[in-house]
Design a protein around this ligand. Structure first.
Ligand code: KDG
Length: 315
């Protein structure tokens, strides 16, 4: 069994009862979100052992997040409750095409109590891969130090590192994001980025520019996600591409996290680059078919069914 480690903040997600501008939405469904937690749930559903390190508040919502994540099979050993901090909230606006907007109420997240010393070597004992994202970095400038501590231990122990920039311009500026990524990229083996994100970071999406970026930072696999246009990877100086599955999206939030989980599953299981992209595309597509940031994350059989075009017996 492969073991993965991730680190990040969770939110209570409020999904709107109706599509359209948030100001006209009368009611919401209370769910759970957070990029790294979505990734963790995606891994758990695919049968991987996943440790999620985090801090939760001292309120009722914190219990909701804890019980939900634990129920999904996420290893909660490194999750602690901190009194005096309320859980962060995220209200979503969803448009007719399934894309959306995020309205954060995320001012004093419990994860702000985490310090670099909280990252202990033992936490990473037996871990095959560490997955980090830019959301954790965006929450507070000091999270860079925590992330670097994880990366230093990863380097010492020779653990593979994957990273998703997950740019959230509602949490920090592009300049701040770029400065942080510059410090992180040299530690990254697998970069999983949206096409629009890498364009923002390096200002160019031509193959040559991406190849230079991978070379400069010694990134072994540079994966570029482009939604309905599919995904590609620069692997060992060669490009591989796969088109997306055509599926009607209901809620696209969390698709990138699902893609990451699918890609990491594929890497750990030794899939070829083309098969890894196909598998990850399938996970990402399935996420969008269900309302919620992680409810649509598939189990292994569901991914296989989509890829193999198997008929699912409904009744
Ligand atoms: O990637 C999906 C996440 O963005 C969502 O679940 C919550 O907005 C969120 C965040 O920033 O973690």
């Amino acid at each position: 069994e492969f073991s993965i480690f991730t680190l990040g903040d969770a939110l209570i997600t409020f999904d709107p009862s109706e599509t359209g501008p948030l100001r006209y939405v009368p009611s919401f469904t209370r769910r759970v979100g957070g990029a790294e937690l979505n990734f963790a749930i995606g891994c758990a559903r695919l049968g991987l052992h996943i440790k999620w390190a985090s801090r939760l508040g001292g309120d009722e919502f914190a219990r909701v997040i804890y019980n939900f994540a634990r129920g999904e099979g996420v290893d909660m050993t490194n999750v602690e409750f901190v009194e005096g901090y309320p859980s962060s909230l995220n209200f979503k606006e969803i448009r007719e095409d399934g894309t959306g907007k995020t309205f954060y109420y995320r001012y004093n997240s419990p994860i702000l109590t985490m310090v670099p010393e909280d990252i202990k070597e033992e936490m990473l004992e037996g871990i095959d891969l560490i997955h980090l994202t830019g959301v954790f970095l965006a929450i507070n400038p000091k999270n860079l130090e925590i992330t670097k501590r994880v990366l230093e231990i990863a380097r010492e122990k020779d653990i593979t590192v994957s990273f998703d920039p997950n740019i959230r311009l509602k949490l920090w500026t592009l300049e701040q994001a770029k400065a942080a990524y510059q410090e992180i990229f040299p530690f990254v083996d697998i970069l999983l980025t949206g096409l629009d994100e890498i364009e923002m970071i390096i200002g160019d999406t031509s193959p040559k520019a991406l190849e230079n970026c991978a070379k400069h930072y010694e990134i072994q696999q540079l994966v570029v996600k482009d939604g309905v246009n599919g995904a590609k990877v620069l692997y060992d100086k060669t490009w591989y591409a796969k088109e997306a599955f055509s599926i009607k999206p209901i809620d696209t939030v969390g698709a990138g996290d699902g893609f990451d989980a699918g890609y990491i599953y594929s890497v750990l299981n030794g899939f070829s680059p083309g098969r890894a992209l196909e598998f990850a595309n399938a996970v990402g597509a399935l996420v969008t078919t269900v309302s919620g940031d992680n409810e649509g994350l598939p189990y292994l059989e569901e991914v296989q069914a989509l890829i193999g075009n198997e008929k699912v017996i409904e009744r």
